[in-house]
Design a protein around this ligand. Structure first.
Ligand code: MN
Ligand code: MN
Ligand code: MN
Length: 292
């Protein structure tokens, strides 16, 4: 069985609609899926409604409530994936509306900075591309490509939008401990997304994990997108040391070289605990049958 606890739809910056993602996941044999759009549960909610309408998909696919929340830790934007929480819990609802305001203000700041650099019409252009989805830097990148300002998405991030560049506006995000508290209050598990992507020193990463655990964080991603064996080994050690569960996800946004397709073979993680074990009714049978 394949599992995946980190994917995106058009409710944030993914290419596929929630139904298209469900169909792709099912076609690939994904048995457990979380849709973790940036700062919104609309992708999950709409997929859950689609599942009610498509009994054939529902029978083989368990959809776990999910979201990927933006926050701030030590002047860096950090992503926390929330899994298995109650979407209608007050703490989650007010948290998501805080993030929606933060995201809107941030987009306006990114746009005005880009406009100062001479890229007029950034806000309206990127908003059109985002459609009903949450507006974010990828939409600004897409707009810059569409307008011919840069040759591709990666160049837009390298030169204007990536970490430390003009468009990297992070001051508005709430703090990590707040975001973790919303997920925990709503009955979910807070998962530190792609822990190595922040490029912290070992010492700084351990400081973040200490704060994450103190805030109620429960798991870290062992794989996210493409990950080498050496990185997985490092993350397994950290999970054991900080007594955290582990999660896995593709971080799928769209087809292409950067993101693997949705679905990861159910890994053997003993003596660690996979977040998925709480959603596996016949966990022991499945774990025994799983390949490494
Ligand atoms: Mn994204
Ligand atoms: Mn992320
Ligand atoms: Mn993601």
């Amino acid at each position: 069985m394949l599992i995946d606890f980190h994917t995106h739809t058009s409710a944030s910056d993914g290419a596929l609609s929630p139904l298209e993602l469900l169909k792709l996941a099912r076609a690939r044999g994904v048995g457990m899926l979380a849709i973790t759009d940036h700062d919104t549960v609309q992708g999950y909610l709409s997929a859950a409604r689609e599942l009610d309408r498509h009994a054939s998909i529902q029978s083989d696919l368990l959809l776990v409530p999910g979201v990927e929340l933006s926050c701030r830790w030590s002047a860096t934007t950090v992503h926390i994936v929330g899994l298995g929480f109650d979407c209608s819990h007050d703490a989650m609802l007010s948290g998501l509306s805080t993030l929606a305001v933060a995201r809107k203000e941030r987009s306006e700041t990114i746009a005005s900075r880009l406009e100062k650099l001479g890229f007029a019409g950034a806000l309206s252009g990127a908003s059109v591309l985002a459609g009903d989805g949450q507006l974010g830097r990828p939409h600004f990148a897409d707009w810059m490509v569409a307008e011919g300002h840069v040759k591709d998405h990666a160049t837009a991030f390298d030169r204007f939008l990536g970490q430390g560049k003009t468009g990297d506006v992070k001051a508005y995000w709430p703090e990590l401990k707040q975001v973790v508290s919303w997920i925990v209050a709503a009955g979910g598990v807070a998962v530190l997304a792609h822990p190595l992507k922040y490029r912290f020193t070992r010492m700084k990463l351990r400081r973040m994990l200490t704060d994450f655990v103190a805030a109620g964080g429960g798991a870290i991603e062992l794989t996210s997108g493409r990950q080498g064996l050496e990185q997985i080994t490092q993350l397994r050690r950290l999970a054991a040391e900080f007594k955290l569960e582990v999660s896995v996800g593709s971080d799928y946004h769209r087809d292409g070289a950067y993101f693997p397709p949705p679905g990861i073979e159910l890994p053997k993680v003993k003596p660690l605990t996979g977040v998925w074990e709480r959603w596996l009714p016949q966990s022991h049978a499945l774990m025994r049958g799983a390949t490494a």
